[in-house]
Design a protein around this ligand. Sequence first.
Ligand code: FAD
Length: 374
Amino acid sequence: MGSPGSSAVSRVEAFDQSAPSLADEVATIARKQLAPLAPAIDQGEVYPAEVLRRLGEAGAWSSHLPHEGPADLRCAIEAMAAIGEVCGATAFMAWCQNTLVWYVGNSCNLKLAARFGDGFASGRILGGTGLSNPMKTLFGIEKMKLKGRKVEGGYVVRGALPWVSNLGRDHFFGTIFEREDAPGELVMFLADCADPAVTLTPCKPFLAMDGTGTYGVQFRDAFVSDELILADRAAPFVKKIRAGFILLQLGMALGLIKDCVAIMDEVDGPLGHVNRHLPQQPVHFKELFGELERETMALARDPYNQEDSYWRKVVALRLRAGETSVAAAHAAMLHCGARGYQRSHRAQRRLREAYFVAIVTPATKQLRKMLAEP
Ligand SMILES: Cc1cc2nc3c(=O)[nH]c(=O)nc-3n(C[C@H](O)[C@H](O)[C@H](O)COP(=O)(O)OP(=O)(O)OC[C@H]3O[C@@H](n4cnc5c(N)ncnc54)[C@H](O)[C@@H]3O)c2cc1C
């Protein structure tokens, strides 16, 4: 893509030296600006737009842009893990934003890239992704919820998505409709939340993730101009971006698991004499974390790899990440005992966040289905 790539060039070229500095910079913002907000985000009282923009200025949403062909997701994942150590909801919003950037960075629509690339990659414009339903449809689980028909200069889109996150009135997100005039043909586009034909409805409270700007989105014959089309043929486009879509989620899992280990370590002083009888110890999760991190960093260097064996490794890694997140948060709760059962303690927040890692698309059950099928 055009200008947005330029901000990422220095990051990617200098990855080996500068990777820690992006993650460090992001970790500092997370500790100083995000940590005090984490409980209010968890309660759904705050949507942290300002912090997301600040993280964008630091480069958190641009390091994974393709650079003259290849792309490297390692920096972006490390940065998201640093966010996830502090707040799982914000790590999810980071994934939403990074995924949106990933779509635009891979689009062949140069006009769209020129208009939105910099805005998304710098965090000036925020947004997300509505690919759960299409991802489930492409793997034989659901039917497409959005339908579109070709008209002069674009498409008219109708239908509703039950949950899309990191949204607000001035936000955008990437999603897919099926053509009514050409059944089976899928088109990927950027939805503009400011369009009067697009309605955002607040969701009923969730177990966690309430501060993530998550809405039900309805399209009432919304006109989507050709300038907002990410890919006229969405199926091959999804094949190109799907490994990146999944690998970027590892940032959420790694950050959360690391903090669960920290929680277990924190209570070792007062409770270690009895906690040592628990079957799962922090050292166990440190090892699992190391394995997941190594595998993630190996796969994240090569997100365009189209080999089936590579794809199955990505799916298997994502499954392990969800399961390890839940196991680590469960163990952290047991290590903490009553102090972790208090609403003011982050152990119970971590447990609720961990379930989200395991249920967000591709959910544990979808990943198992994908691995079970040849
Ligand atoms: C907090 C939160 C944020 C999310 N953010 C996004 C996002 O940004 N983008 C995105 O694409 N997806 C988002 N999702 C959806 C998510 O990725 C999963 O698709 C969802 O958790 C269910 O996945 P599943 O595979 O377990 O499907 P299942 O739960 O097995 O089935 C899901 C389907 O069941 C139906 N359904 C079940 N319950 C309801 C309900 N209460 N209201 C309406 N329909 C229902 C719908 O048809 C839905 O597609 C979000 C979900 C949550 C809980």
